[in-house]
Design a protein around this ligand. Sequence first.
Ligand SMILES: Nc1ncnc2c1ncn2[C@@H]1O[C@H](COP(=O)(O)OP(=O)(O)OP(=O)(O)O)[C@@H](O)[C@H]1O
Ligand SMILES: [Mg+2]
Length: 427
Amino acid sequence: MAKYVAGIDFGTTNSAAAISDGATPRMVDVEGGKDTIPTALFFADKTNRVHYGRDAQNKYTNGDGSGRFMRSMKRILGSQTMRGGTVVNGKMTRFDTIIEYFVKHLKQKIDKAAGAKVEYVVMGRPVHFRDNDPAGDAQAQAELEKIALAAGFKHVAFQYEPIAAAFAHEQNLTSEKLAFVVDIGGGTSDFTIIRLSPERKFKLDRTEDVLANTGVRIGGNDFDKALSMKSFMPCFGLGTEYKSYDKNITIPTSPYISLSTWSSVNEVYNYKTLNMVRGYTVWGLEPEKTKRLYEIIENRLGHKNLDYVENAKMALSSQQDYEIVLDFLADAPLVKTNRSIFEDSIKSDMAKIEKSVQECIAQAGIKNTDIELVILTGGSTEIPYVSRVMQSYFPNAELSSANKMASVGLGLAYDAMRRFAEPQHTK
Ligand SMILES: Nc1ncnc2c1ncn2[C@@H]1O[C@H](COP(=O)(O)OP(=O)(O)OP(=O)(O)O)[C@@H](O)[C@H]1O
Ligand SMILES: [Mg+2]
C-alpha cells in the first residue's frame, strides 16, 4: 500500500488535517463530515469522558456543563504555564497531556481516512509562538513535536502556517507571482513573502523562494478580548467603584481581564475571587452590575459570555450595529455595540500587526508595489478593517481569499508529500 503522509493545522481556534498517498491531498473529515474542528476539549466530570470540537462545545453549553472546558490551548505552548498543570475534575493534569488528547483525536481521524496508521506528518506552526522570545519559541515547537510523537506519529516536521497556505494557493496559479500571504487566525498574525509558480511547486527545496517571514502573537482572541473589555465587561461593573471606609476605590480589572481572555477564563473560578467579588456586590456603588459578575463566576459562565462576545465580533464583519440580550444572566441585560467601537478597540493591536507587515516587506528587500498577489487566509481576515488595511499596502496586487479555513491544512499535506517523498524518507 502507498505510504500516506499528513499535514496538521493545529490552530488556536480551529484545527484541520489533510492526507496524501502521493496523489492530490484531500482534507480529512475531522468531525461529523466537516473538514475543520474547533480546538476545544470538554472533560465531563460525571461520565469521565473527553469530548472534542463542536461536541465539546455542545456538551459544555447544553448539558449541565459540569466538567472542565478548554479552548486556545495553543497559546500556552512555550510558556511557563506549560511547565505546570491544571486541575481537571479534581485531578492535576499536565497541559501537554491535555493537548496530546486533542492531537491523538486528530490522528485517529487521519488514520481512519487513510485506512492505515499514518506515521509522517508536517505540523503547522506560527512564525512566532511567542514574541521576542526565541527560547520560548523553540520550547513551544519542541513541546508540540513531543506531543505529536506521543500521539503516534514517527516522523514529525514543521512548516510555517503562511507558507503552507501559499503552497495550497499555488496549485491554482498559471503564472509566476510574487505573493504576500496574510494568515490572521485566533492566536497569531503571520506573514510570508514567497515566489509561487506552476514550475516552482515541484521543487523539493523552496528555501530560496521564501523571501521573508514575520509574525506577531495577536489574533482573533485578542480582538475578542478588546471587544469584551469595551462593550461587555462594563455591564458587569468594569470601571465602577466600591466603598472602602471613607474612600471610593475602582474595582480591580484583573477578573475582567481573565474573563475576556479565552485561555484564562478558568483562572477566576476559585474561592478567593468569588469571595472578593461577593464584597463588591455589597460595597460596590453599582451592585446590579457586580452581581452579574458574581453570577458569572459562581455559575462558571465565562466561556458562554466569550461565545457571545465572539458572535458579536463576527456579526460586526457584516453589519454596522449589534445588540444582544445576555440571556444566561438572571436579569438578562442588553449589550449594544457597533463596528466603530470595535474598530477603535482593536486599534493598538492593528498597529502591531501593521508593524509586522512592514517588517516583512523590509526583510524581503522589496517594495510593497512589487507584490502581485495577496493571499488572505485565517478567520480574522474576514474583518473589514483587517482586509482593508492589508490591501492598502499592496496597490498592484490581486486578491485571493478562497478556501480560508482549509488552505493551511492542505498546504501542509503538499509540503509533507515533498519532504517525505520516496525514497529519501528525510525530514
Ligand atoms: N466573520 C468573521 N469575522 C471576524 N472574525 C472571524 C470571522 N470568522 C472567524 N473569525 C475569527 O477567526 C478566528 C479563527 O480563525 P482561524 O480558524 O483561521 O484561526 P486558527 O487557525 O485556529 O488560529 P491560529 O492560526 O492563530 O492558531 C477566531 O478568532 C474567530 O472569531
Ligand atoms: Mg491558523
